[in-house]
Design a protein around this ligand. Sequence first.
Ligand SMILES: NC(=O)c1ccc[n+]([C@@H]2O[C@H](COP(=O)([O-])OP(=O)(O)OC[C@H]3O[C@@H](n4cnc5c(N)ncnc54)[C@H](O)[C@@H]3O)[C@@H](O)[C@H]2O)c1
Ligand SMILES: O=C(O)C[C@H](O)C(=O)O
Length: 358
Amino acid sequence: MDGELSGASEVWWVSSQGFIPMFRTQMEEVSILRGSNCRAKGAAPGLKVAVLGASGGIGQPLSLLMKMNPLVSVLHLYDVVNTPGVTADISHMNTGAVVRGFLGQPQLENALTGMDLVIIPAGIPRKPGMTRDDLFNINAGIVRTLCEGIAKCCPNAIVNVISNPVNSTVPIAAEVFKKAGTYNPKRLLGVTTLDVVRANTFVGEVLGLDPRDVNVPVVGGHAGVTILPLLSQVNPPCSFTPEEISYLTSRIQNGGTEVVEAKAGAGSATLSMAYAAAKFADACLRGLHGDAGIVECSYVDSQVTELPFFASKVLLGRSGIEEILPLGPLNEFERAGLEKAKKELSESIQKGVSFVNK
Ligand SMILES: NC(=O)c1ccc[n+]([C@@H]2O[C@H](COP(=O)([O-])OP(=O)(O)OC[C@H]3O[C@@H](n4cnc5c(N)ncnc54)[C@H](O)[C@@H]3O)[C@@H](O)[C@H]2O)c1
Ligand SMILES: O=C(O)C[C@H](O)C(=O)O
């Protein structure tokens, strides 16, 4: 007997010929459901989110966490491989969001149309011995193509860029949007939340505090010396010995490499990153929803320094970034770190800009 495999709609259609993957329009769904004596399920009011790279190491747990977010009514999962399986699996979770899967470039536009927030974890991860910049040659092109789709299909969406090297992929996204005439700097955010998550964890360990009660601003960018934890501005206020500062700064800057080496060729951080990305996406969604006082660190178009992009605390709201907060007072160690960070960042930004304009 023909019929819908799950109440959660659109992923698979069971026919007398077996399982047929279907990516139908909503109108088609409704008429099929009526014909088969089922009730049509409409999406509840809420926000529409797409994950691009949804079948990957980050993409899968991130999609799971977004399916659990009560602010999300529609969740689109896009990848060039395996989305039918990931979508079928996640769609069985009894949470509110309606899940739809999209496979391959021909379905990118349908994946993006109508989205409020697009999260991009698509691209290859590091192996031991590589820098994030070694990913540029492959990931730059992936991010460019995906952003061309965003410019065409959901130019007003908030975009969260996870793909590395973030210091270059965010400028790439900006250049693509500028070329398309859709660039809104308030809506493009590089995800550096994992640096803050790690900093809170490591500082919590040193101070003997619950990491959930610790808040460390991490500014600059997302690679090596560009990751600049401001240990003089930790909340709750505290002080560190020079040895603690040296240990914490190095551990926070090398947290990604610590995971890459421990995974020994099987990729980079995926689970802590999915957690961090879901936390950041939730902050963006709460901002869109109208919640007040939401502050997160993010790598954005900025005038905090002379560089065109820089990570610092930003206030999120209905229009995306409402305000970029100043760095605050830095001590001598942090000022020296800032100069090193700016030198590397400047090159990474230029590399991204040149890639799109060559
Ligand atoms: N910003 C951060 O803090 C942070 C943290 C961890 C990882 N990352 C980066 O995130 C990226 C993904 O990491 P991962 O571990 O999930 O990698 P992964 O290889 O497990 O997954 C990447 C996914 O992207 C998909 N993909 C490739 N090309 C695509 C395209 N054109 N369109 C859509 N999807 C495409 C792949 O099919 C795969 O499913 C890497 O670049 C990694 O360096 C960033
Ligand atoms: O280190 C990596 O390559 C992945 C990511 O940027 C991280 O910080 O874990």
